[in-house]
Design a protein around this ligand. Structure first.
Ligand SMILES: CC(C)(COP(=O)(O)OP(=O)(O)OC[C@H]1O[C@@H](n2cnc3c(N)ncnc32)[C@H](O)[C@@H]1OP(=O)(O)O)[C@@H](O)C(=O)NCCC(=O)NCCS
Length: 323
């Protein structure tokens, strides 16, 4: 049977660091941000676009995989902050990489985007349609942030990439559980710039081109749906939480991850975090944490990785991966 495994990973974030004390003038503080969110600093683009970050992460992933851009059959880019509304940001990356044999498209599931994109890439490989799929999660939320509001503290810019390749060995992605509940769409949204509210002087005056977030709804939803989804994927695959080597979650806030770990009885040492350095890079979070985890740890055949994400929509999901 054909399966998809991770052949290489890469990540990239802008060099410009913005520390928490930057937000003191807008009523926040290093203490509050670190205690509640686990964030110390974030990288903010000074001109690099989402496709620039995606391209740089992808180059590292391709080198890590020992492949050249022309070996790639498909590029799937998860982003909520594409360079333009059209064409897709994946087309920009395909051109920059000179991945001339690759089909390319975007996936929009905000903070769950990289998980949804990975699951999509895995299906193309399992059906035998493609052999090498480049999955990228990249966002520059700095472009949709109102820097005069306190919720500017949450996000940073960054990108991660993974190369999925086909294998007949007993390794790779075991399963995905993906869920969507569109009744949650108002709790994290960018109201203007689409067909419902095209950009206008009025929408700009009202700041509707910036993201709007209901933090307490994000918190309540995340700590409810993620543990349930983790239990579901473990049960469905006859696995227990003790068998999981690491949880690689998207990085909303340290308190959400601590509560998720408590609810699923996972020691917090097994939960990988990097929001202290990057904040929440949305689509970038899971591939960045994956890249760091694979490059800084040793793995043995059979080790289990668990992925989890929740994002705007609502969208959420989990994945199980066997080394
Ligand atoms: C943001 C979060 C910590 C706020 O907590 P909350 O209890 O839901 O929200 P509240 O608005 O009642 O705020 C609680 C306190 O924090 C303060 N606060 C909220 N945002 C703040 C900020 N950015 N800086 C400093 N203080 C802040 C409030 O003033 C309030 O203080 P008070 O108790 O002295 O009045 C919490 O909702 C959360 O973690 N949500 C998840 C958000 C997230 O992960 N987003 C990214 C992924 S989409």
């Amino acid at each position: 049977m054909i399966n998809a495994y991770i052949k290489g990973t890469g990540s990239y974030a802008p060099k410009n660091i913005v520390k928490n004390d930057h937000f003191e003038s807008i009523g926040s503080s290093d203490k509050w941000i670190y205690e509640n969110l686990g964030i110390k600093e974030r990288r903010i683009s000074t001109g690099e676009t989402t496709s620039d970050l995606a391209y740089k992460a992808a180059k590292v992933a391709l080198t890590d995989a020992g492949l050249s851009p022309t070996d790639i059959d498909l590029i799937i880019l998860a982003t909520a902050t594409p360079d333009r509304l059209a064409p897709s940001c994946a087309c920009f990356v395909q051109e920059k990489l000179k991945a001339t044999n690759a089909v390319a498209f975007d996936i929009s599931a905000v903070c769950s985007g990289a998980l949804f994109a990975t699951s999509t890439g895995v299906q193309y490989i399992k059906t035998g349609m493609y052999k090498n799929v480049l999955v990228i999660g990249a966002d520059t939320f700095s472009n949709i942030t109102d820097w005069s509001r306190r919720d500017a503290v949450f996000f940073g810019d960054g990108a991660g990439a993974l190369v999925l390749s086909s294998t007949t060995e007993d390794k790779g992605f075991i399963d995905f559980i993906l869920r969507t509940d569109g009744t949650g769409k108002e709790h994290f949204t960018i109201p203007a710039g689409g067909s419902e509210t095209p950009t206008s002087e009025d929408s700009i005056d009202k700041g509707e081109h910036y993201f709007q977030m209901n933090g307490s709804e994000v918190y309540k939803t995340a700590i409810d749906v993620i543990p349930k989804c983790i239990y579901e994927i473990l049960k469905k695959n006859n696995r227990t939480i003790d068998e999981v080597k690491f949880l690689l979650p998207h990085q909303p806030s340290i308190k959400i991850l601590q509560e998720v770990a408590r609810r699923v009885n996972l020691p917090f040492e097994k939960v990988k975090t990097n929001m202290d350095r990057y904040a929440n890079t949305s689509g970038g979070t899971i591939p960045i944490i994956l890249d760091e985890t694979l490059k800084n740890n040793k793995f043995e055949n059979g080790d289990l990785l668990l992925f989890a994400a929740v994002g705007a929509g609502w969208t959420w999901g989990t994945a199980l991966y066997k080394w």
